[in-house]
Design a protein around this ligand. Structure first.
Ligand code: MOS
Length: 745
């Protein structure tokens, strides 16, 4: 294997970021720029009965005040479709400001455009709105009686229920049953960079949107449909994106509102959401409850799993994060039933949030597994070992690769699991009760549906530029792509430049579902391999080349040189070949066609999480002391990037366990803590000693570079390991996230 892949290459964009030179979408320099400020509904349900914009219109610097009366009409509102389909991907199938109706708190009701952001902000405060309010549902329990089981969820991608075998019969026959209900507070993504769009119409009536997104092509196609324009009329550029975690996976209203406002005022418009607006404009992880029943034999072998989820969706869409998918295949289990129950509420449609579904679904399963271990008197790790499935239990197909057993073993070694006394409250250090817990981590390997493309050009100085429409939102994908290209071309990474972040570049699906690097990486790999092979074919066909007449299969590339595999002293550089043949460059557009969804394998990523916590015996304060996560993500492209991603995921799991909650005030139908001061995320002071390790697996089923993705699995199981450790420390089971101290008093 070439030195490029697997090496710890520092981020190619790192130096620009730390010097403040990266250009985010609200920082792009545009002449004649104006600024838009969105005004949001203060009620959650009803209609606007009167809106007076006259004072705002007269305010200094104001160019336009847009409401449902004069905002441009959208051509169609495409139905919600997850952005991994590669098509238009609106976050919800409702577009605001088309009439006076109000369906959720924070719904956009006016857009003020002014020459400065301060003047737009001020004018926005001068708009007078009167509402007719109707009763709103903003909490699951308010309308639980009206729960329904949808035909499909998740933008139509998944069925609303699933089963195999006979659960009722198996549960009745089970020697041991564990039944539990888990509740989850809503969560918000809170990336450091709030979403922003800068919309510029040029003199040939082409729209450029500088947007903060996980998928420039998704934004292009969605805005095109909304505006009724062909895709050729729209270009979307994302130079740098300051985090997302799923909030920028789907296409929300702001880029289209910016485009409509820019058309209205005839000047470029910048629309940057405030932190508070991020809580009502880009979806969230929905409030939910999960009921789980595990049936098992006396030795802990699972015979049945029933898993029902109740969650709050919007008035418009049957959205549920797919919390049941990984739990359904985590262990050997012939009898299974999973059902999504939805309650319609006055909320924006919820959305993907890092480890969508698995973060909550595997919490429920893995906490229930800990109870099962206690009930049958088996060590929690041994219980998992007994239930490992070597095939995908939903289809009986073999896994393309697993590594789960190795993850358990390595995690146990790194953590020191085997010395554990299973008795709760058995360790105390002064005021602190000490406990340890573990959980399995599973995350599906998501495959894009549409072909993935990339372009590569090698210049006659032996440098290469590789392009694809993916955006860099913090995952390190530009760095990893530099490595993939350098590897196949046999070039040092500093001679390769990767360019992404524009819908004008070859089409790549939005980077979601931990599949960003694998999708673009496969396209880049296929493309640069084709480019390399073309260069080799040229060399062996050229009678002036030292490789003339050689078998192309016996030519290798390294250090910018093509050489015979068995005679590395015979060969020539790319530069020599191209100079001699008077060729300025060679270029290839390559396509990777993802394998069919049912290729005869179960494809999933696996891992193991362990945590040690201390709980103050009197105050209930929980501190996580250390975490160990071991994952088997196929091949690791860049150890530093992959381990950082996994560590970030594990700290997200810590946040999910102990801190993160958005609180709905049902009297107002609005979030009560929509700021980073009130919505708590883990900071350095919360961060324990985190040990990350990976078990490399060879997997040639998933894609040509053999990677399964590391973006999200680090989150999965981390909260369960912590909750299980809290039980071990205190003897108390935690059924509600986050675990705040009053639950331990
Ligand atoms: Mo990721 S939460 O699937 O964008």
């Amino acid at each position: 294997m070439s030195p490029a892949i697997g090496a710890t290459l520092n981020r190619v964009d790192g130096r620009f970021k730390v010097r403040g030179e990266s250009r985010y979408s609200a920082e792009v320099q545009v002449t004649n720029l104006t600024h838009a400020v969105v005004v949001n509904s203060k009620i959650a349900s009803g209609r606007i009965s009167a809106i007076d914009t006259s004072e705002a219109e007269r305010a200094a610097g104001v160019l336009a005040v847009l409401t449902h009366r004069n905002m441009g009409r959208v051509a169609t509102v495409p139905r919600l479709l997850p952005s991994l389909a590669g098509l238009a991907a609106p976050g919800q199938s409702f577009f605001p400001m088309q009439d006076e109706s109000i369906h959720y708190g924070g719904q956009p009701i006016a857009v003020v455009v002014a020459d400065t952001i301060e003047r737009a902000d001020h004018a926005a405060t001068l708009i007078r709105v009167e509402y007719e309010t109707t009763p709103a549902t903003t909490l699951l329990d308010q309308d639980r009686d009206r729960a329904y089981v949808p035909e499909r969820i998740f933008g139509g991608l998944l069925p609303g229920q699933n089963s195999r075998g006979d659960v009722a019969k198996a549960l009745a026959a089970a020697e041991v049953c564990v039944q539990a209900t888990y509740r989850f507070a809503p969560n918000h993504h809170n990336p450091i960079e709030p979403s922003a769009s800068t919309a510029v119409w040029d003199d040939v009536d082409r729209l450029t949107i500088y947007d903060s997104t996980q998928g420039p092509n998704s934004v292009q196609l969605t805005v095109a449909e909304l505006l009724g324009l062909p895709p050729i009329s729209i270009r979307v550029v994302s130079h740098a994106v300051g985090g997302s975690f799923g909030s920028k996976a789907m296409v929300w209203h702001h880029p289209t509102l910016a485009a409509l406002a820019a058309r209205h005022v005839g000047r470029p418009v910048r629309l940057a959401l405030t932190r508070e607006q991020m809580f009502t404009s880009c979806g969230h992880r929905e409030e939910q409850e999960q009921q789980i029943t595990i049936g098992a034999a006396a030795d802990g072998r699972i015979s049945a799993l029933r898993h029902h989820k109740y969650s709050l969706t919007s008035r418009f869409d049957d959205w549920a994060e797919p919390s049941l998918q990984s739990a359904a295949v985590a262990y050997t289990n012939p009898n299974y039933e999973g059902v999504y129950h939805l309650v319609r509420g006055n909320t924006i449609t919820p959305t993907f949030m890092r480890a969508p579904g698995e973060a909550s679904g595997m919490f429920a399963l893995e906490c229930a597994m800990d109870e099962l271990a206690e009930r049958v008197g088996v060590d929690p790790l041994e219980l998992r070992m007994r239930n490992v499935s070597d095939t995908d239990p939903s289809s009986g197909n073999p896994w393309s690769s697993s590594g789960l057993r190795e993850c358990y073993q390595r995690a146990a070694e790194l953590f020191g699991w085997h010395d554990r006394d299973p008795q709760p409250r058995s360790r105390r250090e002064g005021q602190w009760l000490v406990g340890t817990g573990m959980a399995s981590a599973l995350y599906p390997v998501t495959q894009p549906v549409n072909p993935q493309r990339a372009k590569a050009r090698l210049y006659n100085d032996g440098t290469a530029v590789v392009e694809a429409g993916v955006s860099e939102f913090g995952t390190g994908v530009f760095t990893a792509m530099t490595q993939v290209a350098a590897d196949a071309l046999g070039l040092p990474p500093e001679r390769v430049r990767f360019v992404g972040g524009s819908s004008d570049l070859p089409n790549i699906t939005a980077a979601v579902g931990s599949a960003g690097t694998s999708a673009v990486g496969s396209a880049v790999h296929v493309t640069v391999c084709e480019l390399r092979d073309q260069l080799i074919r040229r060399a062996v066909a050229d009678d002036h080349s030292p490789l003339h007449g050689a078998d192309p299969a016996r030519v290798q590339v390294r250090d910018g040189k093509m050489v015979l595999s068995d005679r590395p002293d015979v060969g020539e550089t790319y530069a020599d070949l191209l100079h001699r043949t008077m060729t300025p460059d060679v270029e290839v557009l390559g396509t990777w066609n993802p394998p069919p969804q049912d290729a005869g394998y179960g494809i999933h990523t696996f891992g193991a999480q362990m945590a040690e916590v201390v709980v103050d015996a009197e105050l209930g304060v929980v501190r996580v002391r250390r975490m160990v996560g071991v994952f088997a993500p196929g091949r690791v492209l860049n150890r530093k990037l992959a381990h950082s991603q996994l560590m970030g995921g594990m700290l997200w799991g810590l946040g999910q366990a102990l801190l993160e909650a958005t609180r709905m005030d049902p009297r107002l139908g609005r979030w009560a803590n929509s700021s980073l001061a009130d919505y708590l995320v883990p900071v350095n002071a919360d961060a324990p000693d985190v040990v990350v390790d990976t078990i490399e697996q060879h997997d040639d089923v998933v894609n040509p570079i053999g990677i399964k993705g590391v973006g999200e699995i680090g989150v999965v199981g981390a909260a369960a390991a912590i909750a299980n450790a809290v039980h071990h420390a205190t003897g108390r089971r935690m059924y509600e996230l986050p675990i705040t101290l009053e639950k331990l008093l």
